[in-house]
Design a binder for this molecule. Sequence first.
Ligand SMILES: [Ca+2]
Ligand SMILES: [Ca+2]
Length: 480
Amino acid sequence: MRSLVLGALLAAGAAGAQTSPLPSFEGQVIYQVMPDRFADGTPDNNQGVNLDDPRAWHGGDLAGLTGKLDYIKALGATAVWLTPVYQQQTALTSGTAGYHGYWPADFRNVDPHFGTLADFGTFVKTAHDDGLKVVLDQVINHYGYEAAAVKVRPEWFTTDAECQASTDKDVDCPLAGLPNLKQSNPEVTDLLLGNDDFWRTQGVDAFRYDAIKHVERPFLKTLFARDRAAGTWTLGEWYDADTGTVADWQKAGLDSLFLFSLQAAMKASIMNGQGLDAVRAVLERQGELPRPGEVALFLDNHDLPRFAQGSLFEDVGRERTKYGLRALMTLRGVPVIWQGTEIAMRGGNDPDNRRQMRFEAQWTPDERAVYDVARGAIAARRASPALSRGTLALRPVPAALSGDLLLFTRVVDGQRVLAAWHNGKARRTYSLKLSGLGLSAADMAAAASLFAGQDAKLSVKGGYLHLSLPPQDAAAFPLP
Ligand SMILES: [Ca+2]
Ligand SMILES: [Ca+2]
């Protein structure tokens, strides 16, 4: 069923002539914010706030976020992705408030906890003045459980009988019991397309579409085509997407999706110490991707346990988060950093992974050290065209080293960078034949990693590449 519909989408895409460049975020670094858990700009809108309850509103708002754009810019991000800021259902469901934004009651209003539409405008203008792009989360699959529309417009939603009879239950049945929109209903189509236009008019540069696995395919085709025509970059969330799924949907008109399979592999390899073969296996499939430079790459997000949570020991979690952040900045794609990962915040499943963000004055020296690595790695990536936009080519290493050593080059306009991820538990020097790596390079004296504060070196002599690498870290070297 799915492949049949996708086939139709592909055919339609091929028929439409591409006259203008496709929307692109290649070279960007996105910072993900959940506004309720980020920064509280004013107590005036803190109805029902309880910082001791992880399922309650915590008071963060658009004024607070706007006030922290300097922080996001200083980290080095170039774009901000906000989880939804729509007006939410006011009732609790299962003891949980709509603080996360995924239980909309009115798609064209800002929830009073976050502020007003004017506050949103101020946020967008300030972000743009700071050179930051704005990515807004869009919910297109459902309303909140207690939204008035569910009772007022029952024909907009699938019934139990329709769900039972459906051959595509991912699409036609409720996700987590949420009132399931029928995107093929003309009124629903108009509503959702109009929502996009509404937020575009507010100055949004890109949309992150929630739960696209659960949305009717013909509607998605229409939606993505309209966004593309408007120059809006689109990022889809297909939970657990692997390279094949990302490739299918890029062909169908989405600019980007989150590559969940790479996140899982990085968590296993970097945080859980399982060797680098899982990461290599994902990267070996990058040739399937029509636009690898657009794919969204991440260590964690608001739906997954925190990256640092993968180790019982807080110091190990922090050190391996540094490794993960540096590794992320060597990859081809668009890195996305979830608020707090730059200080290795901990937290298990939702809502524990959404603890209140803490800023500089509240950090421990250890947290500041993680931040310094994050900022340095982002700066190195942005300063290097090869790391930002270069093609990625895996370099073979001897089988005995494959769990401990991952090598790839990033190349653009004749500039070359060699990325080296080292999973070994001790510092080690590797001497590898250049020809075995498929490389040639003139002799060069020892060069330092592009990542500041890292004791890693590369030299070339007599046809051999010599790498001196710290334990459990990722480095990047200029290659002449
Ligand atoms: Ca507030
Ligand atoms: Ca659905």
